[in-house]
Design a protein around this ligand. Sequence first.
Ligand code: SAM
Ligand code: SF4
Length: 440
Amino acid sequence: MSSTTRTIPLMRKPAARTASGTKTACIRTFGCQMNVHDSDRIRRMIQDAGYAEVQRYEDADLVILNTCYVRENAVDRVKGHLGELGRLRREGRVKRVALTGCIGAAEESATLQRTYDIDLVLGTHNTYELAEFVGLPTMRETYTPELPGTEGEHSTFVTIMTGCNYQCSYCIVPTVRGRMICRPMGSVIGEVERLVAGSTGYVTLLGQTVDAWRHEGKRFCDLLEAVSESAPRVWFTTSHPSNMEDRTLRAMGERDTIVKRLHLPVQSGSDRMLKVMHRGYKAERYRRKIEVFREAVPDGTLSTDIIVGHPGETEEDHEQTLELVEDCSFDSAYIFKFSPRRGTEAATLPGAVPDAVVQRRFLEVLRQIEQNAFRRNRRKVGDVEEIYIRHGSAEDGKAIGETWSGHAVHVNTDVAPGNYVRARIESAGPHVLYAGEPSR
Ligand code: SAM
Ligand code: SF4
């Protein structure tokens, strides 16, 4: 096993089969796009092993929970599912349960395995060990990022790096996902070309800090430019402000195939808090990056992550976050209430912020984000946009699409996902635009 893989002690039980002989498996994914992508690989393994995928636990011989550990409520959710699975197992409906992903890589997983009698626990670096568990030949994986995406899908994630070299005070990711490993450029481009030759029309480059990607003298912008030559539509997430180069922002404005949506987590608008968090930049530097983005990509959309209630956050720090939110005028944001994670520095810091204060700050940031987003969205009304259909129409006949500027749009069409329609934006809400009848 390579030095990049990590094994959690396993407790294996023999493989199960239903009376009809058809094995069934249900995969539940919690957390970020990295986990969604890992679930794609898990899906392939169970299909290769002859399992039919089912959506309900009660129909599954095997249930795989692919988990997130970033915040405590993510763990609470998984515990709820494990409790329910325990009941189904006692009733003989579910035979085996596997837990994979970030919880699997955390120390707490050993306790969970005992408490809930989980058959197999795997971390993020040894998901491939699931192969043996589902009856496939034993796999050895020496290089985690070298993993294919889901071919044949209209929109596909391509992992370009795994892990993270930062040590943000609050974050468990470096512990559960390890240090950064960048995938070679040729391997990424090869995969993108293969996917595009299939039916993929939209490639999302994935990693915890994609803009930190570098390999043999090449930097993220070189990779992005090369991918944008091969793929008809490209996006990337997540970026770190310290790694975001102006030339990447300019490339976003100049290249037609790159979706003009930047997700750049800021976390706080206070220099004091940014230092406590070990983010490695000041609020002014972040503002400057955003100025470059707004100038280079005037019709682009900007989103961010913000944590409220990190230990030691004062009213003044919070005010500074509100100021930054106003200055940057985000189009959307993920706002998180601080959640202490055992093993991180912030979990041991003094200065806990009372829940009621965290809740008020959360709502204040949310209100301001929504006001700005609503104002910006209203500017789009009247524009005619080319819209990429991401999700086919629901019962109300509305499909969900995305403009080249990265706005989410509800549009009345039965066009299949992966295709484009042109339509005029007729109205706007704080989170989404509403288009009229498409002209094609
Ligand atoms: N690598 C990305 C970056 O640095 O911006 C983010 C990855 S993290 C999985 C996604 C977001 O979760 C972070 O940007 C942060 O806002 C939030 N987060 C991480 N740990 C957290 C914690 N302990 N409490 C609350 N929010 C947290
Ligand atoms: Fe976590 Fe910070 Fe790394 Fe993002 S950059 S994954 S927040 S440690």
